[in-house]
Design a protein around this ligand. Sequence first.
Ligand code: ADP
Length: 494
Amino acid sequence: MPLPSTTIQQWLDRTHAMFIGGEWLPARSGKTLEVFNPATAEVICQVPAGDADDIDRAVTSARTAFREWRHSRPSRREKLLLDLADALEERADEFAMLETLDNGKPLTFSRHMDVALAIDFLRYTAGWATKIEGRSMTPSMPYAPSDKQIVAYTRREPVGVVGAIIPWNFPLLMASWKIAPALAAGCSVVLKPAEDTPLTALLLAELVESVGFPAGTLNVVTGLGHEAGAALAAHPGINKVAFTGSTPVGKMIGKAAMENMTRTTLELGGKSPVMVLADADIEAAAAGAAQAIFFNQGQVCTAGSRIYVHEAAHDAFVAKLAEHAKGLTMAPGWEEGATLGPLVSAKQQQRVLDYIGYAREEGGQIATGGGAGRDTGFFVEPTVITGLAQNSRCVQEEIFGPVVVVQTFRDLDELVTLANDSPYGLAASLWSNDLSAIHRLIPEIDAGSVWVNGHNLLDPSMPFGGFKQSGIGREMGDSLIEHYTEQKSVVMLV
Ligand code: ADP
């Protein structure tokens, strides 16, 4: 075990409770779930195993809170979100350590990516609270009495109670992505964190309480996906589900939501291509491709998990990519210099090792990596695979681990065909300075985000979401307001 600060150790040693209607409560069933440290496979604490009963209680308190919160002054909502960002910043080190202990990611990334980006996102989104606008219109309405004037406008109103279901790869950041726009728009929230990583959501709820959000505006129910998660998605008392996670679960949630016409945004899986064109700087492209797949142990929906490199550069590129993989320091996240942590769970580790096995069976060559690499903890070595066909499982299916497949292409037409030959369409990166090739490719690629000479270039101001089976709807930018409000048309004859 690392040496977490006394504060964090004391926090872990508490009896953890869920945050419902401004109170800290156990699950009604009294059941709990174990939380593991993925670097040691040790249990670090227990959290309540909330189920349908607890979800029902949380939705009821969110509905009650919504009645007043929806009419709260936008400037108050903005100020509370800014205060929440400040409170998070003050305790950034604690949050970072907790995230590392819970999820496994290297501490330096927890601190400078997850926590820092969550703070940035809260501040960005706070500003939207005061910038929600409608439009005034000039309808003709020939059937209206001619002695009347027509006044017409649209309003944006908070969509209502939001059920937020989030994954385990960026627990705090995903919680912020869901909570902040909902609260900014005047919605109340029931948040169900992933069972593997519930801790930072609970600590964040403490800050939400301490900065003074009214009771019931945020509720956090910890529990299993098929119990608490499924109950939330199907609850008739919510108006919107905001989900980030796998495509199969996203489809179940979408179907359950449709039963009640609950609004949905679904941010789902990906198999994002990294395309290295003939003119690319191979050194820069290999370094970028390594980050694109190995960041967060490859547990990123936008991970660059398929690389298409121009055939002339294949061998040189693979050699450099393998060098970058070998240069990573695989270690428990709190150790000095760690750049690759464990995967989140034993289940995820096994899943990823299984995929490496399928690659071997399908004729792939392992350029580097290929095993767990350490006896303790849920580690998988950074792995580069070559020689696989386009229809192989490792090219077609989302692995969600530090495993990348390198293939070749001859010309841009073939590249487009290969890149789009995937059920997913979340993101893609192009590595080139050939402007005409780049501009020809951008409109052809089926992806919600396309990056040039970089990967994972996300920002709160840029809409984010997927084409095809990567999801429905967009997060961030002005999409935040679109997806957390309903439009109302108002017409008056005066
Ligand atoms: P993974 O399979 O990698 O754990 P999931 O998509 O299953 O990813 O998990 C994302 C979130 O969805 C988690 O909070 C999980 O608890 C939740 N979840 C899983 N199954 C269901 C379900 N049937 N209904 C609602 N939520 C679910």
